[in-house]
Design a protein around this ligand. Structure first.
Ligand SMILES: Nc1ncnc2c1ncn2[C@@H]1O[C@H](COP(=O)(O)OP(=O)(O)OP(=O)(O)O)[C@@H](O)[C@H]1O
Length: 299
């Protein structure tokens, strides 16, 4: 697999960087010697199955977690120092805004920490929250809470926004609204690092995609190249034993069925037929994105 672990040094400022970053939780190695650089103006999508290490990478880059080994830099300094986080906006997977605070108050509270915040009312309009300005945060729906989380990430006019699954659980309309907001921020020079489980989201937004698995960077490439990697098919059949077949990424037996993962089911089936092996009940399915990345991370 092609990996290009570092963005070429094209003179753009390094906004965030992980160097040989390892993070353990007890016996679990969540990140294993990860090298990763974010340069000014990039819009990067982090993809990978559950537990791949995406959130841990984000949380360590922004100073919420400490490295077990290696180091991280944010705006050239230590992210644990609050001054280095002033130009950062972020949403976590869970946003803990006090339930009794009104939406406008929550935005004002966060805005007060920044020297030149966004205009609150304009921001609420852009995120479709204007009609909820006076509503208590605890009374927002799940989707409205995600939009508020985005408003809080952008209110300080950050140079870098770090978004952990910003649109999970949102309906199509809300998702598109958020995409527009992120694109707009990026077109004005903002830098974005986001995690997602949706290839569609990465296709809609990102230029560069970093695929993680088992705490490592598996691929770091263009959206186009990663779309090719994610095109994995499952070919399954009932058979006693199969010969070596070309293009098999992984093989698994569940009861009587053998499941083969491949990037090219047609070629695999032609080879299977030519091999003269006895099989029955042939099925071909497109793997989900999660299955595709799990397969790649295991292979
Ligand atoms: N606070 C913690 N304590 C113990 N283990 C943790 C903790 N946080 C994460 N882990 C473990 O570290 C590994 C990486 O988790 P992480 O949340 O970074 O993955 P992820 O790619 O963001 O997953 P998801 O897509 O499910 O959010 C997992 O094995 C997870 O169980």
């Amino acid at each position: 697999m092609q990996t290009r672990p570092e963005t070429p040094d094209d003179g753009r400022e390094v906004i965030a960087r992980a160097i040989g970053l390892t993070r353990r939780y007890g016996d679990t190695v969540a990140l294993n010697e990860v090298d990763f650089t974010v340069r000014e103006g990039e819009l990067i999508g982090l993809l990978g199955p559950n537990g791949a290490g995406k959130s841990t990478l984000l949380n360590t880059l922004v100073g919420l977690r400490k490295p077990s080994a290696g180091r991280v830099e944010l705006f050239g300094g230590d992210p644990a120092v609050p001054a280095n986080r002033l130009r950062l906006g972020m949403t976590l997977q869970e946003t803990g805004v006090p339930a009794t605070l009104k939406v406008a108050e929550a935005v004002d509270l966060v805005a007060a920490h920044y020297p030149d915040p966004e205009n609150r009312d304009e921001l609420l309009v852009r995120l479709g929250l204007e009609e909820f300005a006076k509503r208590q945060c605890g009374g927002l729906s799940g989707g409205q809470k995600r939009r508020l989380a985005l408003a809080l990430a952008f209110v300080g006019k950050p140079r870098l926004v770090v978004l952990d699954e910003p649109t999970t659980g949102l309906d199509v309309e809300s998702r598109r609204l958020l995409w527009d907001h992120i694109r707009n921020f990026h077109s004005q020079g903002g830098t974005v690092l986001l995690t997602t489980h949706y290839l569609e989201e990465v296709e809609a937004l990102a230029q560069r995609v970093v695929v993680m698995g088992n705490g490592e960077v598996l691929a770091d490439d263009t959206v186009e190249a990663v779309r090719g990697l994610a095109h994995v098919q499952r070919v399954s059949m009932v058979a006693e034993k199969l010969p070596e077949l070309p293009g098999v990424i992984s093989e698994e037996r569940i009861d009587k069925r053998i499941h083969l993962m491949t990037h090219d089911a047609d070629q695999l089936i032609r080879s299977l037929v030519r091999s003269d092996v006895a099989f029955s009940g042939l099925e071909v399915q497109q793997a989900t994105l999660e299955e595709a990345f799990l397969t790649i991370s295991r292979s």
